[in-house]
Design a protein around this ligand. Structure first.
Ligand code: FAD
Ligand code: SF4
Length: 470
């Protein structure tokens, strides 16, 4: 436990240094710059080392938070890394993109009188410190079990499952549909929030555990799930995510210049469409409207801004209801993105050539709470207006791709396409087939997907111990 209990009385967390908004709105470099050693140690000394560690209860992968923070406070960063990496396979990623304010930090006792301990920033510091070492220590694995497990999808759920299984001594192959591993971490979250070299290094660290990643392989198309089981894999984990974009179903959504946020972000992140000389450049839009209020909308909007457009986010509820992380909303505002709240599109307008010219919207007001507990947006009669624009990006959610359950006999899914698992477990309707992450929950968070991947690995291990003939 932290021996430096409460030595620092400051109620506020050490601020994260960031690139200035005026500079960063023109580049894709990382916005947050990270703590230095002195700042990290000072912040770590704010931790009270609480008995029972309520912060740990808020972490879906169960990181031993006070223990790793105590090591940071002592300046023993190598020991902090050992503790952190025992539970979290992607700490540099999580330290950057996890909504800690709703998870570990929401439970932090320090947060009752002032700021909670900046657990995420400390996690990022430790992971970055480790990456900067000349010869980072390779993680250790249990003795080989002589059994193969297939993991479908290389997003956080698949990677966490694969890492945990490899550490337990299984031989793991990850099958990924795209040409690059990482799932949303690679194709969705922009480099200014999660630099791609950091992601690739964390994935390379997992490969050092012996995991094989086979890209350009669509399970259910290139190889059916049943074939994996016949082909020597003793169990399969499905971590195929929720990558199918939703549209509103309003007139004009097929006009040139209307994108799903997933397509927009994939083109920028994986096809480098914003770089000069790109083989498949994005159309040079001057005024972009992004529809939605979540992290995906913020990412799409901030990418459009960095491509040189004026950007407006339209969202049908109010500011308090914005589902995006508060920090992302603040960063978007600082960079000059306009928010039109209580605004709901009803039609996308186009010219005679089929290109977007504007978006017609209803003005909304908030009524009584709906089934989600949030106040229901209601149309204000006679208050429609039009915003001029030449591109519209739809960021109103995603659902799982139906390919796997349509091509796998007996694999159950609900009416929204989410794979069905037994209550409290990752077991699907098929023996030996497990699932977790967004494919089961619908679009959620990185750490929840990782928690599910880790749980599935434990269940797969139990299943194979009980069924040694598989
Ligand atoms: P995914 O990350 O979607 O990975 C699934 C992988 O499976 C993909 O690589 C896909 O290509 C592959 N796949 C699918 N079908 C097949 C198949 N049949 N065969 C082989 N491979 C297949 N969460 C946060 O916590 N913080 C954030 O800041 C945040 N920002 C986000 C920003 C964006 C733009 C998006 C889209 C999401 C964001 N999220 C964020 C949500 C988070 O990224 C997801 O909840 C998380 O990635 C889900 O992990 P997953 O492994 O279940 O699925
Ligand atoms: Fe430290 Fe906060 Fe966890 Fe207490 S709850 S151990 S103060 S991080």
């Amino acid at each position: 436990m932290n021996q430096n209990l409460n030595l620092s009385p400051t109620p506020t967390a050490a601020p994260m240094p960031v690139q200035s908004p005026a500079v960063r709105r023109h580049n894709f470099e990382e916005v947050a710059l990270g703590y230095d050693e002195i700042t990290a140690m000072e912040e770590a000394r704010r931790c009270l080392g609480c008995p029972g560690a309520p912060c740990r209860g808020g972490c879906p992968v169960g990181v031993h938070i006070p223990q790793f923070i105590a090591k940071v406070a002592e300046g023993d960063f190598a020991a902090a890394w050992e503790i952190l990496s025992a539970d979290n396979t992607l700490p540099a990623v999580c330290g950057r993109v996890c909504p800690q304010e709703n998870q570990c930090q929401a439970a932090c006792v320090r947060g009752k009188k002032g700021d909670s301990v900046a657990i995420g920033r400390l996690e990022r510091f430790v992971a970055d410190w480790h990456r900067a070492q000349q010869e980072p220590k390779a993680p250790s694995c249990a003795e080989e079990k002589g059994k193969k497990v297939a993991v479908v999808g290389s997003g956080p759920a698949g990677l966490a499952c694969a890492g945990e299984l490899a550490r337990k001594g299984y031989s793991v192959t990850v099958f990924e549909a795209l040409h690059t591993p990482g799932g949303v971490l690679a194709y969705g979250i922009p480099a200014f929030r999660l630099p791609k070299d950091i992601l690739h290094e964390e994935i390379a660290g997992l490969e050092k555990l012996g995991i094989t990643i086979q890209t350009d392989t669509v399970i259910g198309r290139t190889i059916p799930v049943e074939e994996l089981l016949k082909d020597g894999f003793s169990a399969v984990f499905l971590g195929s995510g929720a990558g199918l974009p939703n549209f509103m179903g309003i007139p004009g959504e097929t006009l040139c210049g209307v994108f799903s946020a997933n397509e927009w972000l994939t083109r920028i992140n994986l096809m480098h469409a914003a770089e000069p000389g790109a083989a498949t450049p994005l159309m040079p839009a001057k005024q972009v409207v992004v529809v939605g209020g979540g992290n995906v909308a913020m990412d799409a909007a901030r990418c459009a801004l960095r491509c040189g457009a004026e950007v407006t986010i339209v969202y049908r509820r109010g500011r308090e209801e914005l589902p995006a992380r508060a920090e992302e909303v603040e960063h978007a505002e600082e960079e000059g993105i306009t928010f039109r709240l209580l605004t709901n599109p009803v039609e996308i307008l186009g010219d005679e050539n089929g290109f977007v010219t504007g978006i017609r919207c209803d003005t909304m007001a908030l009524g009584e709470p709906d089934e989600s507990g949030r106040r229901r947006p209601e149309v204000v009669p006679g208050a429609q207006f039009t915003l001029d624009c030449d591109a519209v990006i739809m960021a109103i959610g995603t659902t799982p791709n139906p390919l796997l359950h349509r091509t796998t006999a007996g694999l159950a899914a609900d009416r929204r396409g989410r794979l069905t698992t037994e209550e409290g477990s990752c077991r699907t309707s098929l023996p030996g087939v497990f699932a977790g992450g967004d494919a089961v929950t619908g679009a959620a968070t990185v750490i929840l997907a990782m928690g599910a991947g880790r749980k599935a690995a434990q269940e797969i291990d139990e299943y194979l111990r009980k069924n040694p003939s598989h």
